[in-house]
Design a protein around this ligand. Structure first.
Ligand SMILES: CSC[C@H]1O[C@H](OP(=O)(O)O)[C@H](O)[C@@H]1O
Length: 345
C-alpha cells in the first residue's frame, strides 16, 4: 500500500439528513475502511466506548463535536457533555473537550466553531510535536512504539507517530518496531496500517518479544503517546507501556513520550490520581469471537498503566521538550496549560 492522502478520521457533516459526526470506524481496520455516521449523542458515546474512535487527543475532538451535535439537535447540552465526558475515564482530553465546547455554548458562542477549533489546534500541535521530537531521533534510528498514537489517535499525523513520520521523511528511520498491543491490537491493526500508508519500514511484534529486541541492541529509542500526564510527570498510557519504560531504563535506551498539553492534567498530583479504565474481560478471553480461555475465567484487563516520571527521558509537547520530567517542569507549563477548574479562565 503506497502513501496516500490523510485518512478522514473524524468529520462534521451538515448533510440534508441533518447534522452528523462521520467517524472512520477503527474497529473495522485494517480490513475495511467503514465510515460510521453518528446522528445523535448516544451513538457518539457508543463509538467512544467501543473504540470506533479512540486516542486521547482524538477523544477530545470527538467529545467536543458530540457536544456540538447536541447543540445542533436542540438537545440538553449540559447533559450531553456530562455523558460524553463519562464515556471513558482515563484520557483527560475527552472531558476537557466536552467541557470546553459546553462552556462556549453556555457563553452564547458557536459550539461547532469551538469543536472545529479543538480539531485545528490538535492538528497544529501534531506538526509542532513532530518538529520538536525529530532532533531526538538518532541517524539510522530504530524506534519501538506501543499501541497507536498516529492520525487515528490525534490530529494531523498524530503524536508519537508524527515524530516517527518526520524521522522517516528526514531519512533518519531505519526501523519502526510496532508492538501488536494486546488485547485490542491497536499496534498491529492501526499503527501498522498507518505505517504502511506512509511507506515506513516497520515490523510488527508480539508485546512479549520487545524485551529480546532490547537485549539484542535493536532499539535506539522508545516513542509512545499518552492518555493523561500528571503534575509529577507520571504518564498514563496503554497497558504495557510501563514495562517498556523499565526495559528502556535497564538497557539505557531513551524513553520519550509525545503528547500535546491538552493531555497534561495538573489537577492530577501523581499517577495515583489518574483513573485507570478497566475493560470487558471478553477482550482478553476471546479472539475473533472464539474462546481464548475457559468460559468464566477471572480476568484483569486494565486499559492503561502508569509510568513514573523518573523513567521518562523526555516529554515532547507542542510547546517544547520537557527534558527533566518532574513536578517543577510540568508545572512550568502551567501558565500555558488549559486552566484548572479552580484557576478561572
Ligand atoms: C495519542 S494518544 C494515543 C493513546 O491512546 C490509546 O489508548 P486507546 O487506544 O485505548 O484510546 C493509547 O494509550 C495511545 O497511546
Amino acid at each position: 500500500m503506497g502513501q496516500t492522502e490523510a485518512v478522514d478520521v473524524v468529520r462534521w457533516s451538515d448533510s440534508p439528513e441533518g447534522p452528523a459526526l462521520a467517524l472512520l470506524d477503527q474497529t473495522r481496520l485494517p480490513r475495511e475502511e467503514i465510515i460510521l455516521v453518528c446522528r445523535d449523542v448516544p451513538s457518539v458515546i457508543a463509538a467512544i466506548k467501543t473504540l470506533a474512535v479512540r486516542g486521547a487527543p482524538l477523544l477530545g475532538i470527538a467529545g467536543g463535536y458530540g457536544v456540538a451535535l447536541a447543540a445542533a439537535l436542540g438537545q440538553d447540552v449540559p447533559a450531553a457533555a456530562r455523558a460524553l465526558a463519562g464515556a471513558r475515564p482515563t484520557a483527560v482530553n475527552l472531558a476537557r473537550g466536552a467541557e470546553r465546547v459546553l462552556q462556549a455554548y453556555e457563553e452564547g458562542r458557536s459550539a461547532l466553531a469551538e469543536a472545529h477549533a479543538i480539531a485545528a489546534e490538535e492538528a497544529a500541535a501534531s506538526v509542532r510535536m513532530a518538529e520538536y521530537g525529530l532532533p531526538l531521533v538518532p541517524e539510522g534510528g530504530r524506534i519501538l512504539t506501543h499501541c497507536n498514537a498516529g492520525a487515528l489517535a490525534a490530529g494531523g499525523d498524530g503524536t508519537a507517530l508524527a515524530v516517527v513520520v518526520a524521522a522517516h521523511r528526514a531519512g533518519r528511520l531505519t526501523m519502526l518496531w510496532v508492538d501488536e498491543t494486546r488485547p485490542l491490537l491497536q499496534g498491529a491493526r492501526l499503527t501498522a496500517y498507518e505505517a504502511a500508508r506512509h511507506g515506513l519500514p516497520y515490523t510488527v511484534l508480539p508485546d512479549g518479544a520487545a524485551a529480546s529486541l532490547f537485549a539484542a541492541g535493536e532499539v535506539d529509542l522508545v516513542v509512545v503517546g499518552a492518555d493523561r500526564i500528571a503534575r509529577d510527570g507520571s504518564v498514563a498510557n496503554k497497558v504495557g507501556t510501563y514495562s517498556l519504560a523499565v526495559l528502556a531504563h535497564h538497557h539505557g535506551v531513551p524513553f520519550v513520550v509525545v503528547a500535546p498539553t491538552s493531555t497534561v492534567d495538573l489537577d492530577a498530583r501523581s499517577g495515583n490520581d489518574i483513573p485507570i479504565e478497566q475493560r470487558d474481560p471478553a477482550e482478553v478471553t476471546t479472539i475473533a469471537g472464539q474462546p481464548a480461555a475457559p468460559l468464566g475465567s477471572p480476568v484483569y484487563n486494565p486499559a492503561f498503566d502508569v509510568t513514573p516520571g523518573e523513567l521518562v527521558t523526555a516529554i515532547v509537547t507542542e510547546r517544547g521538550v520537557i527534558a527533566q520530567v518532574n513536578e517543577g517542569s510540568l508545572a512550568a507549563l502551567g501558565d500555558r496549560l488549559p486552566k484548572r477548574d479552580d484557576e478561572g479562565s
